[in-house]
Write a protein that binds this ligand. Structure first.
Ligand SMILES: *Cc1c(COP(=O)(O)O)cnc(C)c1O
Length: 330
């Protein structure tokens, strides 16, 4: 079975398991896990921010990140198919008590005029005050679309002008970096707070981080514990993340090549595939998914008329070729 449902399906490699087994550990709630501290410092440094915090999931990283910018009764603006709006089960409203308004971007892109139009920081005791704008790079439901650096920088300059905060959901910022060559520090400079995942294309079994100012991260640390996400000897997990950054980052370009190949097989223009996700319009999504599974390829329906294919660490060139042949036939 070739499993293209998600890049979260990867399991730790033998070398990653060795790194995990050998990790130096301590109690991370006491701030005494040296491997977790090293990972947090490394990732904060990559993005040019002061601090970072390890979290069990990307959803928690996003909740902590956005919570550092938006208070109860305030709003965050985001794209209509953003992960924070669609795929976190209402966590931001349920936990933080914020509301969201959305713009609809072509392929998940930033629509600066729409954002500026929606922005309402202080309309008196009638309208919800806008506290932050959130963007997602790469954009999951838009098929792994990259947000161009120039658009992110334009958002940043506007945000500085009007005084609003910017959150970056960078669960797959690694893919954006590899696809475009944009440095992590350039991405870091456009956001006040960033969430990144180690458990997607990088292939770690568990782990995400929130990246931001020392103050924001200190507060996120309190909220992580409050929400039950303070873990103890996390060095075992952080070691997987450090190993992934050392060994699984540059190879993401291989996943991107495989995604283009699969796009072609499904009649999608490979030029519209930026990274490792292919979104295929299919009027018969559920039937197509079953037929593919029967033929040996697992893919996912992400809507009644859309299927999604994701390439990752455990999909070899031979697997991609086999899957492409099966999908072409179907
Ligand atoms: C996967 C993902 C997350 C976090 O998901 P978890 O499953 O909670 O780790 C956040 N944002 C995007 C865009 C994602 O794809």
């Amino acid at each position: 079975m070739i499993d293209l449902r998600s890049d979260t399906l990867t399991t730790p490699t033998r070398a990653m398991r060795s790194a995990m087994a050998a990790a130096e550990v301590g109690d991370d709630v006491y701030g005494e896990d040296p491997t977790t501290n090293a990972l947090e410092e490394r990732v904060a440094g990559l993005f040019g921010h002061e601090a970072a915090l390890f979290t069990p999931t990307g959803s928690l990283a996003n909740v902590l990140a956005i919570r550092s910018l938006v208070r109860v009764g305030q709003e965050v603006l985001c794209e209509a198919s953003a992960h924070i709006a669609r795929a976190e089960l209402g966590a931001h409203g349920a936990i933080t008590g914020l509301t969201m308004r959305t713009w609809t971007g072509q392929r998940g892109q930033i629509d600066q005029p729409a954002i500026a139009e929606m922005y309402a920081p202080d309309m008196g005791p009638f309208l919800v005050p806008t506290a932050a704008v959130s963007v997602e790079n790469t954009h999951n439901f838009a098929g792994g679309a990259v947000l161009p650096l120039a658009d992110l920088q334009a958002l940043r300059s506007w945000a500085d002008e009007v005084g609003v905060a910017v959150h970056l959901d960078g669960a797959r910022i690694w893919n954006a970096h590899v696809a475009t060559g944009t440095s992590f520090s350039d991405y870091g400079a456009v956001a006040d707070v960033i969430a990144v995942c180690l458990s997607k294309g990088l292939g770690a079994p568990v782990g995400s981080l929130v990246v931001g100012s020392a103050d924001a991260i200190a507060e996120a640390r309190v909220w992580r514990k409050r929400l039950g996400g303070g873990m103890r000897q996390t060095g075992i997990l952080a070691a997987a993340g450090l190993h992934a950054l050392d060994h699984h980052l540059e190879r993401l370009s291989v996943d991107h090549d495989h995604a283009k190949l699969l796009a072609e097989a499904c009649g999608v223009d490979p030029a519209t595939v930026d990274t490792n996700i292919v979104v295929v319009p299919r009027p018969d999504a559920a039937d197509f998914v079953s037929a593919a599974a029967e033929a040996g390829v697992r893919i996912a329906a992400v809507g009644p008329r859309v299927v999604r294919l994701v390439t990752h660490l455990e999909v070899s060139k031979a697997d991609a070729d086999t899957a492409a042949a099966i999908l072409t036939r179907l």
